[in-house]
Ligand binder design. Structure first.
Ligand code: SF4
Length: 284
């Protein structure tokens, strides 16, 4: 799909977060080319691009690093400290979406945070090994953790549902590399894919692999099939493999989610991995 790039001037970049476990978010881009068919950001971003298909545009906030520098200065004057809470990159895009290789906005924002000597926790969540490019900056940050979304170990499944994102195997290799370089890592298993991953032995395999590559913490999230996400996903499944639809339908039942919660707690028992929030997240 051709991508329409919009170079824009953001008015703010360090924004108060409504997410669990983060106080602030930085989105240097708006839009994403990775094409995940379950993407919740596609639904959230519609108010800015009501007529554009998700994946067909990218707003590039070209002043993000400079703006961040100014905003950190203002917050420092207010809090008289170099820690205003945890910062998350990113909530409505992938911070290492392909064009980051060219624009380097995420990298430059991290440099600003490193130069500022930010003391709060910084979490970066991605599906792209491009984050490895920034190992030098990551090592300068005082309190950083890098998370990879890993919904399956099967590259065919990741390519089916995360159409243009780097394959799962590449993400696993990147996690290993980060760990080898002393960067703390976590994994986000979300959404837990019905049919492909929501099976006890598949979850065990996935957790074994994550532990093997040095992951310390795992987040779990049930699939969120709100109206827009569901219609976009089902349209795709209808074309590609409509037999999968009943498996996704089942996730709408509380009983399904309760059973899956029990499976996950069983799989986590006795492992050194920390389970974030000690529960499987579910956003309605
Ligand atoms: S990588 Fe994240 S933001 Fe991008 S399409 Fe996938 S789920 Fe959406």
């Amino acid at each position: 799909m051709p991508v329409k790039l919009n170079l824009v001037e953001a008015k703010s970049i360090l924004v108060k977060s409504g997410l669990p476990a983060s106080d602030w978010v930085i989105n240097a881009y708006n839009g994403c080319m990775f094409g995940c068919m379950y993407c919740y950001a596609a639904s959230m971003a519609r108010w800015k691009h009501p007529h554009d298909e998700w994946g067909s545009y990218l707003d590039v906030k070209k002043n993000a690093p400079e703006l961040l520098h100014v905003e950190l200065g203002k917050l420092f004057n207010r809090f008289k400290a170099k820690n205003f809470g945890s910062i998350f990159l990113s909530s409505v895009t992938d911070p290492y979406v392909g064009f980051e290789a060219k624009y380097r906005l995420t990298r430059r924002c991290l440099e600003v945070l490193a130069d500022f000597e930010y003391e709060g926790k910084i979490s970066i969540q991605t599906k792209s090994p491009l984050v490895i490019r920034d190992l030098d900056v990551l090592k300068r940050l005082k309190n950083v953790t890098v998370g990879f979304t890993v919904t399956t170990l099967d590259d065919k499944v990741s390519q089916f549902l995360e159409v243009s994102a780097p394959k799962s195997s590449e993400r696993i290799k990147a996690l290993q590399k980060l760990h080898d370089n002393g960067v703390s890592t976590y994994a986000f298993i979300g959404p837990i894919l019905p049919y492909f991953t929501a099976i006890e032995h598949k979850i065990e395999e996935l957790l074994d692999k994550l532990q093997e590559v040095g992951v310390l913490e795992v987040w779990f999230e049930h699939i969120n099939l709100n109206g827009f996400i569901k219609s976009r996903l089902y349209e795709y499944l209808q074309q590609e493999d409509s037999q999968l639809i009943p498996y996704f339908d089942r996730t709408l039942d509380q009983t399904y989610r309760d059973e899956l919660d029990q499976i996950i707690h069983r799989c986590m028992k006795g492992r050194s991995l920390k389970m974030s929030c000690n529960k499987v997240l579910f956003h309605k």
